[in-house]
Write a protein that binds this ligand. Structure first.
Ligand SMILES: [Zn+2]
Length: 393
């Protein structure tokens, strides 16, 4: 074994080891990390010796954030569109075309560099596991290139050829491309498939066709659903047993019933809701119905240009009615569940002996400070698979 590290003096340790309850917090705790794994967890007074010792002096420790929904492979930016939207212009799905043009014009090195920069930015705020997706190439060569770039930066990759029908292309022709040659071209790099089920993007039957093609190719299913209206995406996701349906701003009672009857996780994207001035999803009703909730940034240049999971956690608490414990759980273990990764030795989003040493220290005594001290950068140190990737100031 390589060297071991004792992290001790933990004032509050959130492990997320229970599969449903949102919190277990230990006090005066310690843990030992070695070979990328957690070797021991328990009271600081009984901690075993290790090669190195880090005393976090009463700070809070919790699992690293799991960000399950980002679009980091893109060219250009859309700050002018953002400013126009803040001046009253409505958001429509078609703004994606602007980023498609800029992405096609960029070199692969430029795409990787941008995505890498954003990944480092996320890591510095406690994100230790990151999904990203394609969707700004929208032709076979550009999507394949985007998928390759994504795989070089993120832990898991989602194919989003069905983001919109690109300008100048027929719907049927494009769907045949997405479910045929484009899917085959990205397959070596991706684990999930996604479709934007929304007016201006794809309808329910088109979304179904795309998702089933992905499933036949061995991919897990994710859906952008009910962001701008009652698109039917949520019920389709529940019907197909998708791992996650994301956005969910507009939900009818029947949508919530369908979600409650299945295992599909609802991934809420509060930074996107603020940046598009959409009404927040009914998070409290979802939780009360027994639906599992995850939180993610939806980092993308059009509608949510932030990598900050702490910001999403704070917004979920302050604006969406989640408790602190629920929001932190949704951003760690709930998010892991939406990737099919919350159980077993390769689980993420929770801290247990034998599991991955993906954890963060807050410059605060409790996770409540994430919302209590909103806007203040509280990330102290971050370990990813046992390696410190962000320092303690
Ligand atoms: Zn998205």
């Amino acid at each position: 074994m390589n060297s071991t590290e004792l992290i001790t003096g933990i004032g509050e340790l959130t492990t997320q080891v229970e599969s449903t309850s949102p919190r277990e917090r230990l006090h005066d705790a310690a843990l030992v990390v070695g070979d990328g794994r957690i070797l021991w967890i328990g009271p600081a007074a009984r901690a075993p010796a290790a090669d190195h010792r880090t005393d976090v002096d009463g700070r809070a420790v919790l699992p690293g954030w799991v960000d399950t929904h980002t679009h980091l492979v893109f060219g250009g930016d859309r700050s002018a569109e953002f400013e126009a939207r803040m001046a009253g212009q409505a958001y429509a799905a078609g703004g994606i075309n602007t980023t498609v043009a800029a992405t096609r014009a960029a070199t692969e090195d430029q795409l990787v560099a941008t995505a890498q920069r954003l990944r480092h930015e996320a890591e510095g705020q406690g994100t230790t596991f990151l999904e990203t997706r394609t969707g700004y190439g929208l032709d076979v060569a550009s999507e394949a290139r985007s998928a390759r770039a994504a795989a070089s930066v993120a832990d898991v990759v989602t194919f989003l050829g069905a983001h919109i029908v690109p300008a100048g292309m027929g719907r049927r022709t494009y769907l045949d491309l997405v479910t045929g040659p484009m899917l085959q071209a990205v397959l070596p790099y991706v684990q999930f498939i996604d479709a934007f089920c929304e007016r201006g993007a794809f309808d329910v039957e088109e979304t179904r066709e795309v998702l089933l093609a992905g499933r036949a190719a061995g991919l897990g299913l994710r859906v952008h659903g009910n962001q701008l209206g009652f698109s039917g995406g949520v019920r389709l996701a529940a019907e197909l047993g998708a791992l996650s349906v994301d956005h969910c701003n507009y939900l009818e009672p029947a949508d919530i019933d369908a979600l409650a009857a299945g295992a599909t996780v609802v991934t809420l994207l509060p930074a996107c809701d603020l940046s598009t001035r959409q009404p927040f999803p009914p998070a409290r009703r979802l939780l009360d119905a027994g639906v599992t909730i995850a939180l993610a940034t939806n980092c993308n240049p059009g509608t949510s240009y932030t990598t900050s999971m702490p910001y999403c956690v704070a917004t979920a608490v302050l604006q969406m009615g989640l408790t602190v414990g629920e929001a932190v759980w949704a951003a760690t273990r709930g998010a892991a569940r939406s990737l099919g990764r919350d159980r077993g030795t390769d689980a993420i989003g929770s801290l247990f002996v034998g599991g991955r040493a993906d954890l963060q220290v807050l410059n605060a005594p409790s996770i409540s400070h994430l919302a209590y001290r909103v806007g203040v950068p509280l990330t102290g140190a971050v370990w990813r698979q046992g390696v410190r990737v962000a320092p303690m100031p």
